[in-house]
Write a protein that binds this ligand. Structure first.
Ligand code: AMP
Length: 389
């Protein structure tokens, strides 16, 4: 997720800049002012409660704000991130925001303050008042709003300065110049984010070849635990020898070994933009391990893709593969193929179900040509990660 709060006095240009940013970064816009005006227009209980305060240029209570923010966030799950405009406006709201982010298992990435001198704010709001129809765009109320800003809202800046995610831009520039400054700041933040994808699908669904192509296209590190284990065997390391013995006895490789290999891989891929996992996690235990491991590296899963291919087509593909050098040991007989498919069904499908509770799992039809399926996966990735462009 990418979560940003635009900060600044009334008239700084937060609304104007938001229009562009939500499109560019595919964010969900939350303007507490807009929501309150809507409640007011619809004469809801909440709107009526807030009416006189807004009309005087005061700040409505934190209780009202927490209600509307919670409601809006709850009714928009699975968004790419939020852009807050006009929130947080008090120190209490800064704490509320932190709490809400924790609840969503995410964080506020940036609080960007658009700095504009008071008299400029007054000038702009008076000008806007000619056409806005807003009951609070007149001089007396404007001055009161600015006083509230100085007294109650400015202290919020220190909160975020201490947190280390505060950045300021100069608001006394052309609109497109301010936009450019915002883009530079946000892009820098986005480039620090990892893109971690888990690619699920039955054996034969094309995870390996597609995963590698996706890794190449998006500059990600392809992580196939199966390949990593094979590598280790070929390198004849002590770990490889252990794995070989385990394989020869027909046993499953213990999670401890895979953890060690994954940890090494992640540690040595510091410059990667992210990872694409294939063949891991395969069990519920492994799904907890992966979540924990990414968390340890200050990261998390961003996208889960499930390749869907009909069972008959899977069998056909695996059987075909058994005639090629790419064959896997489990391709060699129908019995082995069925066993492997059954294992995926029993052990891995529950993992996908678990992820569905907390993530947006994209089902991708894997029945067509490599190129077509690749396009579908790319579409899914780009849709979720417009913010990485
Ligand atoms: P805005 O559209 O952001 O300028 O907000 C217009 C008015 O709505 C403000 O002057 C406040 O009365 C009220 N308001 C908007 N957001 C908040 C907030 N986060 N906390 C308290 N009052 C708010």
């Amino acid at each position: 997720m990418l979560n940003i709060a635009l900060f600044g006095p009334p008239g700084a240009g937060k609304g104007t800049q938001s229009e562009f940013l939500i499109k560019k970064y595919n964010l969900f816009y939350i303007s507490t002012g807009d929501i309150l005006r809507k409640e007011l227009a619809e004469e809801t209980k909440l709107g009526l409660e807030a009416k006189s305060i807004i009309a005087q240029g005061g700040l409505v209570s934190d209780e009202i704000i927490v209600q509307i923010i919670e409601k809006t966030i709850k009714s928009n799950p699975n968004v790419n991130g939020f852009l807050f405009d006009g929130f947080p406006r008090t120190l209490v709201q800064a704490y509320i925001l932190e709490g809400l982010m924790i609840k969503l298992n995410t964080k506020l990435d940036l609080l960007i303050s658009i700095e504009v001198p008071q008299e400029e704010s007054v000038k702009r709001l008076l000008y806007r008042g000619k056409t806005s129809g807003r009951l609070d765009d007149n001089e007396t109320v404007i001055r009161n709003r600015l006083k509230e800003y100085d007294n109650k809202t400015l202290p919020v800046l220190n909160f975020f300065k201490e947190r280390g995610n505060y950045v300021a831009v100069k608001g006394l520039q052309e609109i497109n110049e301010v936009t450019q400054d915002l883009i530079t700041i946000i892009n820098e933040e986005v480039s620090k984010k990892h893109l971690n994808i888990v690619l699920f699908g039955f054996p034969g669904s094309g995870r390996g070849s597609l995963g590698k192509a996706i890794a190449e296209k998006y500059d990600l590190e392809f992580i196939s635990t199966g390949d990593m284990l094979d590598d280790e065997i070929h390198k004849n390391t002590p770990m490889g020898d252990r794995i070989k013995t385990i394989y020869e006895n027909g046993q499953l490789v213990p999670d401890e070994i895979v953890i060690q290999l994954l940890e090494d891989k992640i540690k040595h891929s510091k410059d990667a933009k992210g990872f694409i996992f294939k063949g891991y996690p395969r069990t519920l235990v492994q799904s907890y391990i992966l979540d924990g491991m990414l968390k340890k590296h200050n990261s998390h899963i961003n996208k889960i893709i499930e390749l869907k291919v009909d069972t008959l087509e899977l069998i056909r593909r695996l059987d075909q593969r058994s005639q090629t050098p790419q064959r896997m040991p489990y391709d060699s007989s129908t019995e082995k193929i069925v066993k492997r498919l059954q294992e995926h069904k029993d052990k891995t499908l529950p993992v996908i179900e678990k992820y569905k509770e907390v993530h947006d799992v994209a089902e991708v039809n894997g029945m067509d040509s490599f190129h077509e399926v690749m396009e579908r996966i790319s579409g899914e990735i780009e849709n979720s990660f417009k913010s990485l462009n």
